[in-house]
Design a protein around this ligand. Structure first.
Ligand code: PMP
Length: 361
């Protein structure tokens, strides 16, 4: 069996050791006579798995006690709707900073519940840079300011946490959580779909400063209420137990590998390799993002023609480098380099890029 280097943007590659452990435990979990997915979420076995996953994530990201950690179904998009419902009153202003596609989906999900103020946007520049903080038109009475820490499609990442004064900063960290140390205290809410750096698709992590849970928000069903989920340890309904368990295995793997400090080192090394290959190609490979805003996680780039883009993707696949096709909104190539991608994967990609250029350049 050969596992290829998988550059998928998400659902993304999981660490092989985690998949092997899950495989080993699939039929019978720790001598319990049944798989973990066949047990009650309220039984002692799964309750222990769930509590351990939360404790491990708290250790990994250094999450203070005055932040709640929720494990919820519905992915990141659902959180984009729940955030305004829970933290803003009906029609209250909320500021959104748009740096790519996912910021726009956040606005779309929030629009029925709040008065969206697009405080800044780089859309006119095709999302190739971050809008300069000095030009943001923030509202002093906003319920929160929303940013996308890393734009998965456009390959743009915040490298500095913007100061929003007393207004809570809400950040979509779906494609960069746990990729480097994170100063949780600078945020009111951090949310992420698991399917890039944290585990399998089907579960999202939401980290909420507890005082925000006191906000009334808007009339909503109990199941859409973060307070209720927090009060019931994310077991208000039957949680996605398999996904939670697998994410827990990924957290243990990340801790054993050296935690977020080590992943920051590896991720910087991988991104540096790929950007250097692009920049040294004499224009054969082209990344259009301003250097200071370049993402470490998702690197979109273009060859001289769409025909060469397609050829690159096909030949790369044949060479064991999977899922390099760019998102249709941008085109070209996209290499996603999440935590589970080893440095050897980035090395294999740049070696392939050099070889491909030699043959087709
Ligand atoms: N935000 C970002 C930054 C993403 O990358 C994605 C998914 N690729 C989403 C939100 C949407 O996540 P989901 O599909 O889990 O709703």
């Amino acid at each position: 069996m050969t596992r290829a280097f998988n550059f998928s943007a998400g659902p993304a590659a999981l660490p092989e050791v985690v998949l092997r452990q899950a495989q080993e435990e699939m039929l019978e979990w720790h001598g319990a006579g049944a798989s973990i997915v066949e047990m009650s979420h309220r039984g002692p076995e799964f309750m222990a798995v769930a509590a351990e996953a939360e404790a491990d994530l708290r250790q990994l990201l250094d999450i203070p006690d005055d932040y709640a950690v929720l494990f919820l179904p519905g992915g990141a998009t659902t959180q984009q709707a729940l955030i305004p419902m829970n933290f803003a009153s009906a029609g209250q202003r909320a500021d959104y900073v748009l740096t790519g596609h996912w910021g726009k989906t956040a606005v779309k999900q929030a629009t029925p519940y709040v008065s969206v103020n697009v405080a800044a946007s780089s859309e006119a520049e095709a999302f190739r840079d971050l809008p300069d903080r000095a030009g943001w038109q923030l509202s002093p009475d906003a319920a929160y300011v929303h940013i996308t820490a890393n734009e998965t499609i456009h390959g743009v990442e915040f490298r500095d946490i913007p100061d929003t004064g007393g207004v809570p900063l809400v950040a979509d960290f779906s494609s960069s959580i746990a990729s480097e140390p994170l100063d949780v205290r600078r945020y009111g809410v951090i949310y992420a779909g698991a399917q890039k750096n944290l585990g399998p698709v089907g579960i999202a992590v939401v980290i909420i400063r507890r005082d925000l849970l006191q906000r009334d928000g808007q009339p909503r069903a109990d199941i859409f209420d973060y307070r209720s989920h927090a009060a019931r340890d994310s077991m208000l309904n039957t949680p996605p137990t398999w996904n939670w368990y697998l994410a827990g295995l990924v957290f243990k793997w990340m801790l054993a590998e050296g935690g977020v400090v080590e992943f920051a080192r590896r991720n910087a090394a991988k991104a540096a390799l790929v950007y250097a290959a692009i920049d040294a190609s004499g224009g054969f490979y082209r990344n259009e993002v301003a250097p200071s805003a370049r993402s470490r996680m998702n690197i979109p780039f273009f060859l001289p023609s769409a025909e060469l883009d397609a050829r690159f993707v096909a030949e790369a696949k044949a060479a064991g480098l999977l899922a390099l096709k760019g998102h249709k909104a941008v085109g070209g190539i996209r290499a996603s380099l999440y935590n589970a991608m080893p440095v050897a994967g980035a090395e294999a990609l740049v070696a392939f890029m050099a070889d491909f250029q030699q043959r087709h350049g």
